[in-house]
Write a protein that binds this ligand. Structure first.
Ligand SMILES: [Zn+2]
Length: 648
């Protein structure tokens, strides 16, 4: 079979705008904010994650010829062991590593991936089935519990890994293994007589199948993804039927409601983002993909409604989402506790996946604003500055009990943030016909072809630390192009110049993007200035946790105060409404970052006395304080941290 280059790149008449992301391999971070992060992830995170996978026994599951070792992750009340989905972790690692290989060939990493692929191929069942847990431990229980055991979720991550590895190396062994696995799923599931009419409770395979379809062009791959999304939430529930077949009672379901898996009603009817946050974001990413590929406005409308619900009522200021540990997800609207925020790194990454997909369908800066928010805050906080320590939960307040870890009991997050950063270039630009959309700002050089013309775009900027962005064009011949430049939603004073001539931004703005259409020549320059004063932000009154609290933000970066900088718990500070806050670039802070400095009051414990309570408030003493970017917290000495500061 020959593989078309990229199905998504074909221009077809569509109901939606249909931008195509510029491939990440065409965008180089040559300086600036993302260079050091992407270098760290490539040179430190990727190799250390493979070491962890080995040390922690994740790759042992591929010893198909040996009897399985005793469980290292016991079975939970739901019937799930974390080991059920170990395949997903090395699948995601392969994906993350593959994204680095085209521009940075690494024979050692490639050999490690080939070794995993060989073992997977060896273990694959003759009918194409591929899941190491069931093949080795419970072969008679294949496809008997889609509600709890993540079978297709794991396959989905292997499919994404296989697509990325093929695209990076041209080696198709892994891809062929996964195409056979998908053939098996097609033979097993669907509406046709004799097939199981099920779908996995943990979404992921759906968006993986769309990726596979974009590579193979095989309509069966798209049809299967469409079936899974259309089938979800149909009543009577497949999960009830499947549970009864196992001789169990559906009423005993440990999570109580299929809203946990967004399977409580058909997806097009859903009006509130519910349940497990990562599942929700993967489902919504797949819905956006299918709206795009199938030209399906009903899915787009559902996504729009759910996006507005999430952004308007359920998202932390950092872009974190899913406040509760009990369901790893959403509770009631406006429930955004700080100290117990679950806000899983994977969920923030997955919001990035979804919002980016939405922007290709409908170029509206509300989507790319969300992408930028998670990028500089709630997703990036999931990885340490040294590239080998992580957060699973991204709290907005701590008394020092939260520390980054080398590896997690459930290590879904490290490989997720890794694959996001190693493929980051694709989030910066999209193109369609004679249009180029610029979604994100940060120093980089991108090369693309548009209508047969070579275009080089070079962003010179210290964004997000500095307000100025220079976009220089390299062209072989004069070319008429439309640039669509995102004006960040947080920016209240943006200016735009083309070759030194200031443009009227108000007149050129469409859905948050400044539109500039003209004939361009080599060496043309676009200058953008995004004034970024320190902003004091307040939460909706329904967010009781944040009453009388203020959060500090500058540009897209949310700030926090850490005990290590102020010598006391930030919970004792009182920030007055008229405090001057001064930004300063601190080159000694973790590779360099803008910090905020200002005056505050500190509740004094010295004259309080021995009692826990008294009839007078504490005395307040004046002092200075410093705030650092939230994504950099917990990289230095242990201690307390606070995003929402008490306002005096
Ligand atoms: Zn995770």
């Amino acid at each position: 079979m020959s593989l078309p280059q990229n199905k998504a790149a074909e221009v077809k008449p569509r109901a939606f705008e249909r931008f195509v992301p510029v491939d990440h391999t065409r965008v180089a971070f040559d300086g600036g904010f993302w260079q050091s992060w992407s270098e760290t992830v490539r040179s430190v995170t990727i190799p250390t994650q493979h070491r962890r996978l080995e040390e922690e026994g994740f790759l042992e599951v591929l010893d198909f010829e040996k009897p399985p070792s005793p469980l290292v992750r016991p079975i939970q009340p739901s019937g799930l062991s974390m080991q059920h989905f170990f395949d997903s972790d090395f699948g995601k690692w392969i994906e993350a590593a593959s994204y680095t290989l085209k521009n940075h060939p690494d024979p050692d990493i490639e050999a490690k991936i080939d070794a995993i692929v060989e073992r997977l191929e060896h273990g694959q069942m003759p009918d194409g089935y591929l899941n190491s847990w069931f093949i080795r431990r419970e072969p008679d229980k294949r496809w008997t519990n889609l509600r709890d055991l993540h079978e297709m979720y794991s396959m989905g991550h292997l499919i994404e890994g296989a697509v990325a590895y093929f695209e990076a190396t041209g080696k198709r062994r892994f891809l062929d293994v996964m195409i056979r696995a998908v053939d098996h799923i097609i033979d097993t599931f669907g509406t046709e007589p004799g097939k199981l009419r099920g779908y996995d409770a943990h979404e992921e395979v759906e968006l993986a199948l769309v990726k596979l379809y974009r590579l193979t062009g095989d309509p069966r791959h798209l049809k299967l993804a469409t079936y899974f999304v259309d089938e979800r939430g149909r009543m009577p529930s497949y999960f009830d039927e499947e549970t009864r077949r196992r001789g169990e009672n559906p009423a005993d379901y440990v999570y109580g409601t299929y809203a946990y898996s967004q399977a409580h009603m058909p997806v097009r009817n859903q009006t509130q983002v519910v349940g497990h946050a990562v599942r929700a974001m993967y489902l919504l990413s797949a819905m956006a993909d299918l709206a795009y590929e199938n030209d399906d406005p009903s899915l787009k409308h559902a996504c729009d409604r759910l996006f507005d619900n999430l952004i308007g009522r359920q998202l932390y200021i950092t872009g974190g989402l899913g406040p509760s540990a009990s369901n790893e997800g959403f509770t009631r609207e406006y429930d955004l506790p700080n100290t117990t925020a679950y806000a899983e790194t994977c969920a923030a990454v997955a919001l990035g996946l979804w919002s980016h997909r939405m922007a290709q369908l409908d170029l509206d800066s509300k989507f790319t604003d969300a992408l930028e928010t998670i990028l500089f805050n709630g997703a990036l906080s999931g990885i340490s500055r040294d590239g080998e320590h992580y957060f699973y939960e991204n709290v907005l307040e701590s008394h020092g009990q939260h520390r980054r870890w080398k590896w997690h009991y459930c290590p879904c997050c490290p490989t997720n943030i890794a694959r996001f950063i190693t493929s980051l270039g694709q989030y910066f630009y999209s193109a369609k016909r004679d249009e180029i959309a610029v979604h994100l700002y940060g120093a980089n050089t991108a090369e693309l072809e548009i209508q047969g013309q070579f275009v080089r775009l070079r962003q010179e900027t210290s964004y997000p630390w500095d307000k100025d962005v220079l976009l220089a064009l390299g062209l072989v011949a004069p070319t008429r192009l439309t640039f669509r430049l995102r004006i960040p939603g947080w920016c209240r004073n943006a200016r735009l110049w083309v070759n030194g001539e200031q443009m009227d931004l108000g007149a050129s703005l469409e859905k948050g993007y400044a539109v500039v259409n003209r004939e361009w020549v080599d060496g043309d320059e676009i200058r953008l200035t995004f004034e970024m004063p320190v902003e004091r932000l307040y939460a909706h009154p329904a967010v009781g946790e944040d009453a009388q609290r203020v959060a500090l933000k500058r540009g897209p970066v949310v700030y926090c105060v850490e005990e290590t900088d102020i010598g006391t718990e930030p919970q004792r500070l009182r920030i007055s409404a008229d405090t001057n806050l001064t930004p300063r670039f601190d080159e000694t802070l973790l590779g360099g970052a803008v910090v905020l400095e200002g005056e505050a009051l500190e509740a004094d414990a010295e004259d309080w006395g021995p009692t826990l309570y008294r009839n007078r408030p504490p005395s307040l003493k004046g002092r200075t304080f410093k705030a650092i970017p939230y994504h950099l917290w917990a990289n230095r000495d242990e201690g307390a941290m606070q995003v929402w500061l008490t306002e005096k």
